[in-house]
Design a protein around this ligand. Structure first.
Ligand SMILES: [Zn+2]
Ligand SMILES: [Zn+2]
Length: 485
């Protein structure tokens, strides 16, 4: 990134999974067809932000090489059915900005039907060719899994995560064959090796460590359904939270998780899809907060060639594994290798942490703005053992506009991707590094202090003898809910 570029956008307070708000930029989203003036306004705002930032990101991408086949915008090609891709032209957007919204919306509906040629939304950043890293983000798949491709291209990602279906319900609707076809066509068209760079995220509801027969079946069915979706769409890895042993023992939970993996492995519908156990931030009943938990699950898996691990930098840090200095980083990775085995490491979630080390809080922060800090990520991306593994950002991108309305600022991811790529081989004594480090550290100061205070208060309370039971509940309500990504 050029020295003139700023990495310090106003810190947003919003959290939550990346997928909760439908992506207004999704080119193929059918919902766009019924765009109301309200929706158009949202699109305009997103685009407006993009245009402003676009130039900066592109200018900064000194190492980014534009390759036509990688950067050409996605166009919908369907099998059997006509795909309708709607695009708003720049001219139309300009008109909207002048306040002629109603007129433009009408015009838009007409032109779309007539015009077969699509005008694509230019990406915020182009995908870097030849980077040692394979880095991207957890993008939206609202409207169908194929839309994740559009969203990946938009931020210049070379890896991605997505939810294969709604992550907050138990429904397992059939995978839309048209969406699957569009997804695979999109991968092919843009040279995206889904088997190597796509790591879908499992549903938050699924707990494979539940011993109750009914609950167990429900969880397994959702898990199996996701694995079959991966198999059908050429995806190899599937990341999920190991589970929670609240209804059993740690040992019992670990056995149940391994049992579910073994069962899924034997089902031909899962092909050769590899489930990845995610490292978790919390302790207590959560399984996966310690490397030993993960190792013990793998121990019980019969086909060890078909199980792996996804390391989340925020989670391991919160769980007590430091990454901040080269020595601390090496110690953590050595521990990972000794306890689990580095050969099982197949993917990473790259997040900074709003909470301090050993706080056991799962609160993602933007890269360089949290307690991990930019140096942790310098350590990470310069570890050659990780080069080529899919790295997925789950950093918060929700911001508020001037009217206080929430929106997703995808330029955050576009910039983080380029910055992390450029950290490879970068001297931490150079001006650019120091500038980024200082700006990002400053950006995160408010959130670090706020969460740091919460953690401190809780620690003080935990050391005191428990007297005031009634008060305890009250003060815990003050603490915000952690991310469960
Ligand atoms: Zn998390
Ligand atoms: Zn997760």
């Amino acid at each position: 990134m050029s020295s003139g570029s700023s990495l310090s956008p106003a810190a947003g307070d919003a959290r939550g999974p990346p997928d909760t708000v439908p992506d207004k930029v999704a080119v193929n989203d059918k919902k766009r067809k019924a765009a109301t003036p309200v929706k158009t306004t949202v699109t305009k705002r997103v685009r407006k932000t993009a245009t402003k930032e676009e130039v900066e990101i592109k200018n900064g991408a000194s190492s980014a090489v534009s390759a036509e086949e990688l950067t050409k915008p996605i166009t919908a090609k369907t099998r059997g059915r006509k795909a309708k891709v709607e695009q708003m032209t720049v001219k139309e957007e300009e008109e909207i900005e002048k306040g002629e919204e109603k007129v433009v919306v009408k015009t838009k509906a007409k032109t779309t039907r007539k015009k077969k040629q699509e005008t694509p939304i230019p990406p915020l950043a182009e995908r870097t060719v030849g980077s040692a890293l394979r880095i991207g983000a957890h993008v939206s798949a609202a409207g169908g899994i194929h839309n994740s491709i559009t969203n990946l291209l938009h931020i210049g990602a070379n890896a991605f995560a997505l939810f294969l279906k709604s992550q907050r319900t138990w429904k397992n609707p059939d995978l839309d064959p048209q969406h699957a076809a569009l997804f695979m066509d999109g991968c092919k068209e843009h040279n995206i090796a889904a088997a190597e760079c796509c790591v879908p995220h499992g549903s938050y509801l699924v707990n494979l460590a539940h011993p109750d027969e009914e609950r167990k079946k429900q969880a397994y069915d959702a898990f199996l359904d996701d694995l079959t979706r991966c198999h059908k769409t050429g995806i190899k890895y599937y990341n999920f939270h190991p589970g929670n042993s609240a209804a059993t023992t740690r040992e019992g939970g670990i056995k149940l998780i391994a049992e579910a993996i073994n069962k899924a492995h034997k089902d031909p519908a899962t092909g050769s899809v590899m489930p990845l156990l995610e490292t978790m931030a919390t302790l207590g009943n959560t399984i996966g907060g310690q490397f030993q938990d993960i190792a013990d699950i793998i121990e019980h898996v019969e086909d060890k060639d078909r199980v792996g691990v996804c390391l989340d930098t925020c989670h391991v840090f919160a769980a007590g594994y430091d990454l901040r200095t080269p020595e601390a980083y090496e110690k953590t990775m050595t521990e990972f290798d000794d306890i689990i085995g580095l050969k099982y490491l197949k993917a990473l979630h790259v997040n900074d942490s709003k909470a301090p080390v050993s706080s056991f809080r799962d609160l993602h922060a933007r890269i360089g703005t949290g307690y991990l800090g930019l140096r942790s990520f310098h350590n990470l991306v310069n570890d050659k053992r990780l080069h080529g593994l899919p790295m997925v950002l789950e950093t918060p991108i929700d911001k508020k506009d001037e009217n206080g309305k929430k929106f997703e600022d995808k330029t955050v991811w576009a910039r983080e991707i380029k910055m992390l790529e450029q950290l490879v081989d970068m001297d931490i004594e150079c001006e650019q590094f120091k500038k980024w480090e200082a700006e990002l550290f400053e950006e995160g100061v408010g959130e670090r202090e706020r969460i740091g205070e919460q953690v401190k208060k809780k620690a003080e309370k935990d050391t005191k003898p428990k007297k005031k039971r009634g008060k305890k509940v009250e003060s815990e309500d003050e603490a915000e809910e952690d991310d469960d990504e």
